[in-house]
Design a protein around this ligand. Structure first.
Ligand SMILES: Cc1cc2nc3c(=O)[nH]c(=O)nc-3n(C[C@H](O)[C@H](O)[C@H](O)COP(=O)(O)OP(=O)(O)OC[C@H]3O[C@@H](n4cnc5c(N)ncnc54)[C@H](O)[C@@H]3O)c2cc1C
Length: 590
């Protein structure tokens, strides 16, 4: 076991982690710990854009952006946080421009902007051009730009180090003096365990899309940071709200950016009808994702799907000029050719909703400090990006608001972590703090378990796709809880065939699977208790939004006793009020 000491340790080298590192490395001794080589982080897969009310192309302002974000999130958004994000968006884009990010330009040389779902002029009148972009490779450009700046600033990286635990001085559920002391990491190349002590710890570990089978997310998005914090007794907020992106390649889940519709693409059902005209008469195909995904699933359920099994709908780009497609959507049209053998110039592309984004996560305040209950923070612990829930996305995130979120709150996290470290004392690491991780690794790697990681993961993902996807019912969610219970028992008997210490990816996948099981249970238990429909969470048995009972954030805690939680689960639920400033909830129509 090795020990290291820093002022600030940032877990995750995606957009949020590196944006934080750029702020903190100049002010405090900072290390970034990442299970992936930084430029392999999922931020690099983001396609469509990052929004800010620059008003470069048409009239716009941050207040309209705040309103759209609140309405898009079906009023579960904390409005103070949304306002911070929309205001700071403009500088966030300009910061990236100054760092050298090659945005697409207008003929006059300004940063160009395009349309995206739910972003409107004057509170819903018509779609507005708010998304800044670099073709359909915006995330790739952001990640590369931030990495270059980190290299320039000599940020220290621990690459291919997996953080499997966070060290706290007490139980955040009961100990008001609990502080963050460090993290425990596993080095992939050697199998060695490292304890990294720090005054400030920033979690920036990204999303958890691998809870589902059909997903746009990379294989590595297993929600590690969320699960690590949760296991220690830190609540997870609003986890039942998962975004299903409308346009995954049918049968595969690989993403075709909403930019395709922003540039004029149209969704059609099996008989060629532009069905979104029926569901969202004003902004049609550019309605927010929850509405479009549900409308698509509904077309298929009512027998109006396309293809031999009528199990998908079509994204039609054939009316766009090939030169326009090549200039604005080069990568995603190539995906259609490569993975489905479809030529988007001349044929519509088969698409179906795919699990895309976790609206929930580790609760934080607007300075990114982690909350241990509805009000109190854990000093020294911060979170930003998809792992966090601040909550700017409420129950449904608008497209291009996440690349924005990671830049705005990543920056805030870096500043807050460095400022805290400037005055705080280093906390002692309790004796044997690394032993839980060591024991679990030994149990799996050296034990006699016979269950295979891939088999349990497949069963988990299939149950989640079947029972907790776009449409949910009491019955389907109870079935998911039963399935997860059984899978947890099988997981207790998991084993790996690779017993080596160098690059044992089978072993780390086993640990990641444990995280997925815990998170799936939190998603499902929260969804079962939320007897209403709002944003990404749609209950067929409770199809309306219920502001009297449920205009609240879900806070999920692990129980100390197995089975002592909601409906015999290991999850205890509590609720937290939503921050409302200017916008009273209204019916959500587009
Ligand atoms: C295909 C796709 C397209 C998208 N397009 C857009 C878009 O156009 N616009 C938009 O706004 N949003 C988009 N999104 C969403 C957006 O890209 C993500 O929400 C955002 O990039 C997440 O950034 P992040 O920094 O929080 O996490 P990530 O970029 O996922 O980075 C996570 C980091 O954490 C590290 N990590 C994870 N677990 C551990 C661990 N246990 N130990 C150590 N390190 C760990 C990883 O190595 C990685 O460096 C898209 C998402 C996908 C999947």
């Amino acid at each position: 076991m090795q020990t290291h000491t820093y002022d600030v340790v940032i877990v995750g080298a995606g957009g949020a982690g590196m944006r934080a590192a750029l702020e903190s490395s100049g002010r405090a001794r900072t290390a970034v710990v990442s299970k992936l080589y930084p430029t392999r982080s999922h931020t690099g897969a983001a396609q469509g854009g990052m929004c800010a009310a620059l008003a470069n192309v048409e009239e716009d302002n941050w207040e309209w952006h705040t309103f759209d974000t609140v309405k898009g999130g079906d009023y579960l958004v904390d409005q103070d946080a949304a306002e911070v994000m929309a205001k700071e968006a403009i500088d966030a884009v300009l910061d990236l421009e100054r760092m050298g990010l090659p945005f697409n330009r207008t003929p006059e040389g300004k940063i160009d902007q395009r349309r995206f779902g739910g972003h409107t002029r004057n509170h819903g009148e018509a779609p507005v051009r708010r998304s800044c972009y670099a073709a359909d490779r915006t995330g790739h450009m952001i990640l590369q730009t931030l990495y270059q700046q980190c290299v320039k600033q000599d940020v220290e990286f621990f690459n291919e180090f997996y953080v499997f635990d966070v060290i706290l001085t007490g139980d955040p559920r009961t100990d008001p003096d609990v502080r963050a002391a460090g993290v425990v990491a596993y080095e992939l190349a050697t199998g060695e365990i490292h304890v990294i002590r720090a005054k400030s710890i920033v979690f920036a570990t990204g999303g958890a899309g691998k809870v589902y089978k059909t997903t746009s997310n990379a294989h590595t998005l297993t929600g590690d940071g969320m699960a690590v914090a949760y296991r220690k007794g830190i609540p997870l907020e609003d986890m039942e709200f998962f975004q299903f992106h409308p346009t995954g390649l049918a049968g595969l889940g690989i993403l075709l950016s909403e930019a395709a519709r922003g540039e004029g693409g149209i969704l059609r059902n099996g008989s060629g009808e532009r069905f979104m005209e029926r569901y969202a008469p004003t902004i049609k195909d550019l309605a927010p994702r929850d509405i479009v995904a549900r409308s698509m699933a509904n077309e298929v359920r009512e027998g109006r799907g396309a293809g031999p099994n009528k199990d998908y709908v079509l994204l039609d780009l054939t009316h766009l000029e090939p030169a326009h497609i090549d200039a604005k959507l080069p990568d995603i049209t190539e995906f259609a050719r490569t993975y489905l053998g479809v030529e988007p110039y001349t044929e519509p592309v088969p698409v179906y909703p795919t699990a895309h984004y976790a609206m929930g996560g580790i609760p934080t305040n607007i300075t990114t400090q982690v909350l241990r209950n509805n009000t109190d923070v854990v000093p020294g612990l911060f979170a930003a990006g998809e792992v966090a829930c601040v909550s700017v996305h409420g129950s449904n995130r608008l497209g291009t608001n996440s690349l924005l979120d990671i830049n705005v709150f990543g920056k805030r996290a870096g500043i807050a972590a460095a400022e805290y470290a400037a005055t705080a004392e280093l906390v002692d690491v309790p004796e044997g703090a690394h032993l839980d991780v060591e024991k679990e690794l030994v149990r799996i790697a050296a034990g006699s378990g016979t269950e295979k990681v891939a088999a349990i993961r497949k069963d988990l993902q299939e149950s989640m796709d079947l029972n907790a996807q776009v449409f949910r019912t009491d019955e389907s969610l109870r079935q998911a809880i039963k399935d997860i219970d059984a899978l947890r028992e099988r997981y207790a008997n998991v084993g790996v065939s690779d017993r080596g210490t160098s690059y044992n990816t089978e072993l780390v996948e086993a640990i990641e699977l444990g995280f997925l099981i815990d998170l799936a249970e939190v998603v499902v238990v929260g969804a079962l208790a939320r007897k209403e429909s709002r944003g990404g969470h749609f209950r067929e048995d409770f199809p309306d939004r219920d502001d009297t009972e449920f205009m609240v954030h879900t806070m999920a805690y692990p129980t100390s006793e197995p089975g002592a939680g909601e409906g015999g689960s290991t999850v205890r639920l509590d609720y937290k009020p939503v921050v409302v400033t200017r916008y009273q909830p209204m019916e959500r129509k587009y």
